[in-house]
Ligand binder design. Sequence first.
Ligand code: BGC
Length: 347
Amino acid sequence: MRAITVEPGKPSSGLLEDVPEPPREHGPVLVRTLAVGVCGTDVEIVNGGYGWAPPGKTRLVIGHESLGEVLEAPPGSGLEKGDRVVGIVRRPDPVPCASCAQGEWDMCRNGQYTERGIKAIDGYASERYRIEPRYAVVVDRELGERGVLLEPASVVAKAWEQIERIGARTSWKPRSVLVTGAGPIGLLAALLGVERGLEVRVLDRVTEGPKPGLVRDLGATYHASSVQEAGEGVDVVIECTGVGKLIYDAMQIVAPVGLVCLAGVSSGGRTLPVDVQALNREMVLENTVVFGTVNANRRHYQAAAEALARADPRWLARLITRRVPLDRWAEALVRQPADVKPIVTFA
Ligand code: BGC
């Protein structure tokens, strides 16, 4: 079968190659891949800046945003032939730590977790893959191709859950949220904010392409200005860019008792002169919380599936801006101005 593979750490090593059928040890459920989504993490892996091959191997099958159809499932697994499924990305560490032991692998405490298509286990960008039933999430057939958005939506569902859990430290109830970055994560974060009845603002650099319209059609407001202007008085900031200046500005503008949720992974290497003591004074005197969030566990995939089911299907469909057939996979990883979510199609 064909699979997209890379040699992690080595730029331009990506290949569409023939690989053996998926190994039994990955699980009893056999899935035919329909599509994989491409995100910044995949671009970094293919550029040699991130990713780990499975132990004893030099190449990794990429792909962590998946949509597939079950070909074989054992009786009693809760899955049936023909089910549409999305594979969960992370696997608990082998020890396992106290979080992983409870199925909260997204909160792994010893860093020994693995991630399909990213860290030490082959991903889903192969024509077929195998999986354990507990890591396969069934998605509504009616969602169609939009099911490929479940993984990024799960990351955002976790972010919102964390905002609500941290917010429950007091009687505070958020009314407004600023999302920085109108990529797929930012737009899905905005969707979940609108679904919660909040006043949602989205900040991005672009003034053209699909993003401003997508934000407006959600009933949110689009800003191509600064964090200061766009975020005046907001209770929550969901930072999805990883850009230092935006992170710093977000910490300063968020309203008293507010939360800054950091959901964008920075590439690092950029420095910014910061008056940490002034920032500290402001955060202490205003009870500000700044926290990071990554990945998602099964409960977040379920919450995300519910959020996607509630969303306007036509709006969701507009997030998938490009479909690239498997044999031209590399084109999906080259950013184009009108991109929101490019996907690689396997059918
Ligand atoms: C994925 C997460 C993963 C993170 C770090 C993101 O692109 O969506 O599931 O935990 O990268 O590897």
